[in-house]
Design a protein around this ligand. Structure first.
Ligand code: B1M
Length: 222
């Protein structure tokens, strides 16, 4: 991995957003995730590599540290902000799919859940894969999903949940969607989910990562 990617990964890990951000104090005045993501792209790194080799592993480290109580919510939040600072440079690349739109994809993080980094990554990758993405955001109620499906009846639906508590809300949303639109295809994802849980709640597919989500959607139209 290049030095730029290593440094970018480290910036996300420690929550260094950009050159002007005062946090962490020992890196004051140094490039942050914002500048380094841009430099990585300028030096020829592929957006997918920046994502998979630098950003996603950094967030995994942050998550493990949080689990072990080595860091707390504020540090986690700073890391998420640093990741988003880098992502703003990658987003146009993921969105500029050269292929014709393959269909519509509605995505949202389920009710009660504010986590959006993974959901945004999935949305970006799917958009880059040639799909029109309707992103409903975070804390999305069942009613909001149903309204969007009524406006886009052929869309595939994607639900994300990061909390064990909101997995239950995902179940309720899947039941409501399938009750009203039995032919709909629902893809679920998020760190606490499994294929078994996907089957249990009556969703159609579980993907642990964005690429699996893209592959699933592409199979539906191939
Ligand atoms: Co939260 N948080 N958090 N958090 N947070 C977790 C999820 C947690 C596992 C940390 C831990 O304890 N180790 C834990 C959940 C425990 C549990 O439920 N069992 C937790 C907790 C407890 C909380 C709070 C309750 C903390 C508190 O306030 N005490 C609180 C809840 C707020 C709420 O939602 N109501 C909270 C808050 C936050 C922040 C706001 C500080 C921040 C979110 C910022 C944001 O999203 N804008 C945050 C963060 C950053 C995390 C961790 C560290 C990282 C999540 C992340 O972005 N990962 C996380 C720990 C962890 O995951 N290890 C944690 C990177 C991202 C790329 O991965 O989202 O898994 P992920 O997405 C992956 C795949 O899952 C998949 O693709 C993505 C890319 O590979 N995927 C899909 C995701 N959605 C998909 C949908 C698909 C397909 C694939 O199809 C539709």
């Amino acid at each position: 991995m290049s030095d730029i990617l290593k440094m970018l990964s480290y910036c996300v890990e420690v929550g260094k957003m950009d050159k002007l951000s005062p946090y962490p104090p020992n890196m004051r005045g140094e490039d942050g995730a914002d500048e380094l993501a841009k430099k990585a792209l300028d030096s020829g790194a592929k957006p997918g590599d920046i994502l998979e080799k630098a950003l996603i592993p950094a967030m995994a480290i942050v998550g493990n540290r949080f689990s072990k109580k080595e860091i707390y919510v504020p540090q986690m939040l700073m890391a998420a902000k640093a990741m988003n600072s880098a992502m703003k440079h990658l987003k146009p690349f993921f969105q500029s799919g050269e292929t014709k739109r393959k269909g519509k994809f509605i995505i949202g993080t389920v009710s009660g859940d504010m986590h959006d980094i993974g959901k945004n990554l999935v949305a970006m990758m799917i958009e880059g894969g040639g799909w029109e993405v309707i992103d409903l955001g975070v804390d999305v109620s069942t009613e909001k999903f149903l309204k969007s499906i009524s406006e886009n009846p052929d869309a595939v639906i994607g639900l994300s949940a990061l909390l064990t508590t909101t997995m239950e809300n995902m179940k309720k949303t899947v039941e409501a969607i399938k009750g009203k639109y039995s032919d709909s295809k629902i893809l679920v994802g998020g760190a606490p989910l499994t294929m078994d849980y996907c089957k249990l709640i009556g969703a159609d597919f579980y993907s642990p990562d964005p690429q699996g989500a893209v592959n699933y959607l592409n199979k539906l139209v191939s």
